[in-house]
Design a protein around this ligand. Structure first.
Ligand code: FAD
Length: 568
């Protein structure tokens, strides 16, 4: 606002000078100088990334005392939960993206956007090196440096291939809109190729074998979406090849959807087997060539088998972006998957850099100390043991603070402990059982060192963005008024409450208009009613009325006309 008004003030000063002489000029200069001072005083906030975390920060930041610069290689936000629907044409790509300039256009905050990627962070000199992804006249890419007072890193994560040979060259990923569009074209390509008269039966079988690596929510949802697409639309269009189609889901662990309640896992595995989706658990992919996938079969003593395939989609989890690795080395965070932050989302070892969403993680050591403190408090008589009831309270307390611990207890099949402790109706006899605190602590500490204490989901990223924007909105007020309502300013204490994740539940669409929903309070629902809940939640979570209208109309079009199978 100051920038915009600056020009008009100057015009006014010139006019006044001609009319009233030097006295007014002096006044005008004073106004301009004080405004310039205000402009100068504005803190520079640099936001890297326009995904869930970055846009939710931008949407909620409303304090005009900042000058915001956003840098991201994409000038739009993507509603990632609907990417699997784009792969099969249930929803169009344009319906799930929103230009970022639309998102911060209405704000009173001075904001600018640069379509570029960050290539290096210099935390000592508070500078970020960026490279535009648009070629200039010389066919080179512009590079520039941006300095900052506060840096918000919200760049998400890379696909993790675990250095498996051949994955990058031969597999599709499902991370960006372009990936989803490419998958859609390749699926149709496979059907067209398999329909050519010159293709042998064996080759036809290979071409129409769709392999999905990774039995997490994304892999499962894609398998279900592809199965629906084939069964409801493609078999009608390609009747000659329909019997050759096969979908295989490869999962290295013992179950698919292992982070969900065991009832959902069992339902999904049964449903897929019934519908002909081949779920191979205990199958670890060790190599991918252009025609075959090699797997190590855990159930057969590590035997290596090869599976011919036509299209493979790799969806096994997330890794670290190279420039983030470099930044982590700079600040002494080595051998980590994500940037460690404190509970206020500030990067450990810095005081003006924040990391949100998939690229950050709240330091596990701190969490474990916190958990240990909760145990210690409950063990008032220092006996080293707690009754089941006491344990129940402790675990409830921990799960409330860290919902991921609860998910973890379930996912690792530690159902006995979780059930014992979380069961609300522990009977009297059981109450006399004493559980060893050390054993329990070890069970909790056994969390895989790479695991984030918060899941890498849009829900976490967007809550973190909103939380940090609210902190920034109040930062100036808190600094000016240290004795004010938020008093905790001394050493080791904080101006803001720490970030607390509120788990609102999770969905796993399983195809055939059936979805599994796991909602807070251990409430599990599977079936058509959950599918309608899924539709309403995802329609309501859209970032604009424009995308909401487009997504709903795509769903309606699909109900009426089926999915579009053209390659465009
Ligand atoms: P992202 O949303 O990935 O955003 C990262 C941003 O950083 C992007 O704008 C990117 O362009 C930008 N960027 C990248 N590199 C640079 C760079 N060098 N410099 C500057 N900017 C950069 N979560 C759920 O909760 N529910 C779901 O149903 C769900 N479904 C999913 C389905 C799919 C197919 C996928 C891939 C993910 C799904 N997720 C879901 C997970 C969710 O999308 C992520 O957890 C979430 O996107 C993380 O948000 P983020 O802001 O950290 O990163």
């Amino acid at each position: 606002k100051v920038y915009r008004d600056y020009d008009s003030h100057f015009k006014l000063v010139l006019l006044c000078t001609t009319v009233s002489g030097g006295g007014l000029l002096a006044y005008g200069e004073a106004v301009a100088t004080s405004e310039a001072a205000v402009t100068e005083k504005k803190k520079k906030v640099l936001v890297l990334g326009t995904g869930w975390a970055g846009t939710s920060f931008l949407r909620n930041l409303n304090n005009p005392s900042y000058e915001v610069h956003v840098v991201s290689p994409r000038n739009y936000f993507t509603f990632t939960p609907l990417l699997p629907s784009v792969t099969c044409g249930t929803v169009e790509a344009r319906s799930i993206v929103e230009p970022v300039r639309n998102i911060f256009r209405k704000k009173h905050v001075d904001s600018r956007f640069s379509e570029a990627e960050c290539i290096k962070i210099d935390a000592v000199n508070r500078k970020v090196y960026c490279r535009s992804n648009i070629n200039n006249n010389l066919n080179a890419k512009e590079e520039f440096v941006v300095d900052y007072d506060y840096l918000i890193i919200a760049v998400g994560a890379n696909v993790n291939t675990f250095n498996t040979p051949g994955v990058t060259e031969n597999c599709h990923f499902l991370k960006e809109v372009e990936d989803a569009q490419k998958i859609r074209r390749t699926v149709i390509d496979c059907f067209e190729r398999a329909s050519l008269p010159s293709v042998s039966e064996e080759e036809r079988k290979r071409i129409l074998h769709f392999a999905i690596v990774g039995g997490g929510p994304t892999g499962v949802e894609f398998a279900a979406a592809l199965h629906d697409f084939v069964r409801e639309d493609l078999v009608k269009l390609y009747p000659g090849v329909k019997d050759f189609v096969k979908i295989t889901l490869l999962e290295a662990g013992g179950h698919i959807l292992s982070m969900f309640d065991k009832r959902i896992t069992a339902f999904a595995e049964d449903k897929f087997q019934r519908e002909g989706i081949d779920v191979k658990t205990g199958s670890m992919v060790v190599k991918v060539s252009d025609r075959e996938i090699s797997t190590k079969e855990m159930k057969n003593g590590g035997e290596i088998t090869t599976i011919p395939y036509g299209m493979a989609v790799w969806s096994t989890g997330i890794g670290t972006r190279p420039f983030i690795k470099d930044f982590m080395t700079q600040i002494g965070q080595i051998n980590r998957r994500a940037i460690a932050t404190d509970e206020w989302l500030r990067v450990e070892g810095t005081n003006n850099v924040y990391a949100l969403g998939d690229c950050g993680t709240i330091n596990q050591r701190k969490v474990m100390e916190d958990i240990a403190a909760i145990f210690k408090k409950a063990d008032a008589d220092n006996s080293g043991t707690l009754t089941v009831k006491e344990c129940q309270e402790v675990i409830n307390d921990i799960c409330e603070r860290y919902p991921q611990v609860e998910l973890y207890l379930k996912s690792k099949q530690m159902h006995s402990i979780a059930d014992l402790l979380k069961e609300s109706k522990v009977d009297d006899k059981k109450e006399s059982i004493e559980l060893n605190i050390e054993e329990l602590k070890t069970a909790l500490a056994n969390v895989d060192s790479q695991m984030k204490f918060l899941p890498a989901t849009a829900q976490v990223a967007s809550q973190q963005g909103t939380y940090l924007a609210k902190c920034f909105n109040r930062m100036e007020e808190c600094e000016k008024n240290p004795e004010g309502p938020i008093r905790f300013r001394e050493e080791g204490r904080h101006r803001f409450k720490p970030f607390r994740y509120k788990h609102l539940g999770q969905f796993a669409p399983l195809g055939g208009e059936e979805t599994a929903a796991q909602l807070p309070g251990d409430w599990v629902s599977i079936g058509h009613s959950s599918q309608w809940l899924w539709y309403s939640v995802y329609a309501s979570k859209q970032v604009s009325w424009r995308t909401r209208a487009l997504v709903v109309s795509d769903w309606m079009k699909r109900f009426i006309f089926g999915r579009d199978s053209s390659q465009i």
